[in-house]
Each structure stands twice: as C-alpha cells, then as structure tokens.
Design a protein around this ligand. Structure first.
Ligand code: CP3
Length: 350
C-alpha cells in the first residue's frame, strides 16, 4: 500500500541504527509448518511447486503477518530456488531438505550451471514480491542463501550434519570449488538485485553452515563471498539494508560485523545476548537470538529469556528474533499450553 511510509517503520529504523519506539520482531521460518493455515494450504505437494505459484507464495508470506502482527514479512521461498531454476537438479524432499540426484563433483558439473537470469529463471519469485508489497504494511525481507551454504547442498546431494562432502571438494579441488563459489556470488548478486527491483525493502543472506568453516576457510568461503555480494548490492542500492546470518560463527561474528558491510548481523543462540552487546552491537544493528526450543517449551522460561535478551541489547539497535527457525511443532505446543491455561490448569505461565 503506497500510503504507508515504510521507511519510518520500526524495522527499517532499527536497521539504520535509528531510535525506535519498540524493539521490532519477526521470526525465522515464521511462514511454514508451525502454522495450521500453512499446512491446510500446502497439503502434500512439493514446496517448490508452492513457491512457483505466486498467489500461493504471496498468501503464505502474509499468513504470519495476519496471525502474529510481526514487524516484517519474509518472502516465502527457499535458498535452493535459484540453483534449482538453472537446472542443477536440486529438489526439496519433505522432512529431509534439499536433495540433488546428480551432485556437483567435477568440472563437467560447472558446465551445466548456466548463469541465472532471474526474469527468465525465477519470474515467480519476482511476482510473489510484487504481490506481497501490494498487501503489506510492514517491510518485506527478500533473501538468498550464501554461496558456501548453497554449495554444501549442491555438493553433498543431501543435508549432512558436518558438510563433509563440501569440505572434501574444497580441499581436494580448490580451483573447481572456487569457480563454483564465484558463480554463486555472481548469481546471488543478480538474484538479490532483481528482488530489490521488484520491491523487497530489506535483504537477508543466510549462511546457515558458516560455522563449519574455520580459520582461513571462514575468510575465504564465508566472509569474502558475503562481502562481495554486499558491496555489489550497496553500490547499486545504498538505501536497502542487508542482514547477514553466518550461523554459529562464534568469535568470527565480530569480523563479519566489522568487515562485510552488512547493516545488521543476525546471531544464533550459541552466543549470549551479553556477549553480543559487548562485542558486536557497536558495529551496527543486531538480530536475535532466542533459542527456538523456548518456543516449544513455552512458559515462564520463554518470557524470562525473552526479557533477558531484550534488556541485554536495549542500549543499541536490536531486532528481536530466534537464534534459528521456529520448529514445525512450536505453534502446536504453544496452543496446547494456552488451552491448558485457559482451562485454569497451571502449566508454567505463557
Ligand atoms: O518463513 C520463512 O523463514 C521463509 C521461508 C524459508 C524457507 N526456507 C521455507 C521452507 C526460508 C527463509 C528458507 C531458507 C532455508 N532453506 C535455509 C536457511 C535458513 C536455515 O534454516 O538455516 C536453509 C538451510 C534451507 C534448506 C532447507 N529447505 C531445509 C534444511 C529444509 C527443511 C527440510 C524439512 O522438511 O525439515 C527446507 C524445506 C523448507 N523450506 C520448508 C519451508 C517452510 C519445510 C518444508 C515444507 O513445508 O514442505
């Protein structure tokens, strides 16, 4: 809706490190299986089919806004959508995640990765963004997976706990791996530029597996690619805030905040809010970092932890969020808890 000036929204003000009237809040994976209305709409088909239907994706993006009144919406899509779209064969299997029938292993595989042209390859993503911003009265976050995280799925063929196949390829054939990362950097710049042109007000880069990179590898495969993407986007869209999420980066969160040019750093719950306030917040806005498990257990602990985080980060720019995504069961558990409370059964606050 054009009448609303989103530039003054709490969310965008926080991203710009300006004073806010309240701590803006949204939840990673706020659109998804934790919502009954999502499950009813999605039913059994593949998530990629839903993503390819702009009317369905728009509705799913809006569902958590209606239900929770959060301060930002996140585009309903997935980090593997662009590589799926350029024909590298990555699908998403229910309960498993990204799966590649023909994983990326050799220089021949580079040839089947054509350059991404978002208008031709992912028009449905751009249409969803346009549909969402017609309806939304809060900013829309567009996103992409960071090159390293997307590469881990392409190389492994399916989710692993330690990303070992991607680590092996980068160690055994660094030239090939660097070419893959560079291609992903270029594709991501193109993809995110089109998302901004379509109307996304904020961009988030998910490097969910950054924490598995150590020492120089972290610089080379997490920090540098994100820095390149951010600097290319900033040169074209200096006003669009960028949130970076190098999950489980530990001490290296500090370098990410200082060196990548991100406006906001999202942090997981392996670091404490006090540590964030001391080490990262001086370099820009921070986002996080309630453990998702609290959304499942609920009760007094959930309230206590939430207040602790908000207080610890109250002296600087902060966007409240989880350390990682809402789990598929969270909502069901919270409702069950509320129902017990409604009946006067003591269940630990809420
Ligand atoms: O609300 C939101 O956050 C927006 C939607 C969103 C999805 N995926 C939808 C989705 C976002 C931002 C993502 C990003 C994503 N996808 C990441 C980065 C964030 C993170 O969680 O670390 C990663 C690593 C992926 C890859 C991926 N896609 C995984 C590991 C899975 C889970 C597999 C499973 O079934 O448990 C997916 C599937 C997926 N993406 C679902 C959703 C809602 C669930 C499947 C479904 O609904 O059919």
């Amino acid at each position: 809706m054009d009448s609303i000036n989103l530039k003054d929204s709490a969310f965008l003000r926080a991203c710009r490190c300006e004073p806010v009237e309240w701590t803006p809040v949204w939840f990673m994976r706020q659109a998804g299986r934790s919502l009954p209305e999502y499950r009813a709409l999605r039913k059994e088909g593949s998530i990629l089919d839903a993503i390819k239907k702009p009317d369905v994706s728009t509705e799913i993006t809006l569902q958590p806004i209606r239900r929770y009144g959060v301060d930002a919406a996140i585009l309903f899509s997935d980090i593997v959508v662009p590589v799926h779209a350029v024909g590298c064969g990555v699908e998403i299997e229910p309960g498993i995640g990204p799966v590649a029938a023909d994983p990326f292993r050799s220089s021949d595989d580079l040839k089947r990765l054509r350059s991404l042209n978002p208008e031709v390859d992912t028009p449905y993503v751009l249409e969803t963004i346009k549909g969402c911003i017609q309806e939304l009265q809060v900013p829309l976050i567009g996103f992409a997976g960071a090159p390293w995280t997307v590469a881990t799925y392409m190389v492994a063929g399916r989710g692993t706990t330690d990303q070992a196949p991607a680590h092996s390829l980068k160690n055994e054939n660094p030239e090939l791996f660097d070419n893959l990362i560079n291609l992903l950097v270029e594709g991501t710049i193109e993809y995110l530029s089109h998302q901004i042109n379509a109307g996304a007000e904020v961009i988030k880069i998910f490097d969910s597996w950054a924490g598995s990179l150590k020492g120089n590898d972290f610089d080379k495969y997490a920090l540098e690619p994100c820095k390149k993407i951010i600097s290319a986007l900033k040169s074209k869209y200096p006003q669009t805030p960028i949130i970076a999420f190098p999950r489980q980066a530990g001490d290296r969160y500090i370098d990410f905040a200082k060196q990548t040019g991100a406006d906001c750093l999202a942090l997981d719950d392996s670091v404490s809010a006090d540590w964030i306030a001391q080490n990262v917040q001086a370099d820009g806005c921070v986002q996080g970092n309630l453990a998702s498990s609290h959304m499942v257990s609920g009760g007094k602990e959930l309230i206590k932890e939430t207040k602790k985080i908000v207080k610890a980060l109250s002296n600087g720019p902060h966007i409240f969020n989880l350390g990682h995504g809402i789990t598929p069961v969270s909502y069901t558990h919270l409702r069950a808890h509320e129902t017990r409370e409604d009946r006067g059964v003591r269940g630990g606050g809420g």
